[in-house]
Write a protein that binds this ligand. Sequence first.
Ligand code: N01
Length: 541
Amino acid sequence: TQAATKSDTRQDANLDYDVVIIGAGFAGMYQLHTLRSKGFRCHVYETGDGVGGTWYWNRYPGARCDVESVYYSYSFDKDLEQEWTWPERYSAQPDILKYADHVADRFDLRKDITFETRVDSLEFDQAANIWSVHTDKDEIVQARYVVAAIGCLSSSQIPQFDGMDDFRGKIYHTGRWPHEDVDLDGKRVGVVGTGSSAIQTITKIAPSVGDLTVFQRTPNFSIPANNRPLTEDEIAAVKSRYPQIRETLRRSRAGIVPKATGKTVGELTPEDARKALQMRWEDGGLQITAAFEDTLVNPAANDVVAEFVRSQIREIVDDPHTAELLSPKTYPIGTKRCCVDTGYFESYNRDNVHLVDLNAGPIERFTAQGLRAGGKDYEFDVIILATGFDAMTGPLNNIDIRGGAGSLKEKWEHGPRTYLGIMSEGFPNLFMITGPGSPSVLSNMIVSIEQHVDWVTDTIGHLDESGMSRIEPVKEAEDKWVDRVNEAASMTLMPQANSWYMGANIPGKTRIFMPFVGGVNVYRDICDKVVADGYDGFALA
Ligand code: N01
């Protein structure tokens, strides 16, 4: 039974829970499953009224994953893997949400989840090693450990334009899309932003809206998805090889099956370099930057990839001026997350789609009828803000987290400080899943989630079995790790872009590269070694 697997040494019987988990997305669900199967008393608080996290919130038209579904799925249960069949190479949001619901049912997760409840604040009692968890329903519960499984892109960034309240139409943010149908047919629609969310939305709605105006500040590199239904043969082949595929993902840099040439651009003839790019363009997806080993470290190699994509844009888009505006030139390719699309650039060949370059004149204000940009008034029925997220640190900073000496938000004022992206000194017994300082958003999130969740489960199990009740990073270990994360980033071109990886999309946010760029494989070995060396860099008590 569950209780029998947990050590009897615990002193926690008077606490509400052993572990409170925040968030019922892919991280929170798996964390609940693993800890519960080891006999820990866990409870999950979730703001939404269902599971699925990012796939619960991002219901905008055309929402789809940019990682192939057979990779973007749990590996922890062999039967689950065999019984679930993905319909498409890159599945759409409703199918991924169905999968999350299926997992919640199959492992009976909902009985330990309280929905429609936000965790507002956390307070740690340093003497007793207990977290008090406060919710927006005025509930306070106490637990030994807290796991923040709150996602990296869950705090929507809604720019505050003057006059937003004056607008008589509807305003939607892609990351907070309504659950009920939004009828855009024949409507005059404005989209602010040209990131992944915008690109998918624009492509999906362009054929059915009346008129669509896209407000672009920075153009994005986007690669065709080459999405398609998976054939029965493909599905059978994947299912028969799942264990090997999963192992490849775990040992890969980014949690996907790499399609690397293994060569730098200088090791290839110009013709072979072009072939490598053309092959990846036709195959579809995010692998274009893997064409050369040095794409993300060598400006010359990067420019070969970037120029290839720009040449494709020029070929697709009929109007040369629009093609130029859509061609990214101000940052290296891959330093802002590349997008994956199904006919995005083609959308601009439609008569009802218009592109406004905000560099010629920014959005000045919203008006009763629409918005004014560059001195010109635009009229809309609906304005869609595809303006992104306060990434990685935003979701944690939205919770008032007090470790005793101060708040996490204060500590992170000049950028996140973590050890391994899992914990932060001064905040014992608080774990983060895919936190800043781990590979996280640079990887297939599910691979990184499983690795972190397993690590946390093993660690809590180890503490429990050893009769201990507290873990916290040592300051020197954290300082060294922060330096290592920064050094790794500085060896690449990544810090050159004004990306959300850098926090550059949020006015006033410290500009620092947040994820660990060293790779999922390298990172996994580091975490394993820390444990093998007796939790090196952590203080346990
Ligand atoms: O957000 P973004 P997103 N005035 O930050 C613009 C994942 N994702 O939701 O670039 C005018 O990328 C902003 O302009 P700029 C994926 O990891 C995955 O699209 O800052 N414009 C930018 O164009 C992705 O990277 C999938 O100059 C303003 C846009 O809004 C991440 O989520 C699908 C503005 C925001 O783009 C975030 O993507 C969707 C302002 N005041 C998302 N403020 C898939 O799996 C912002 N912008 C396919």
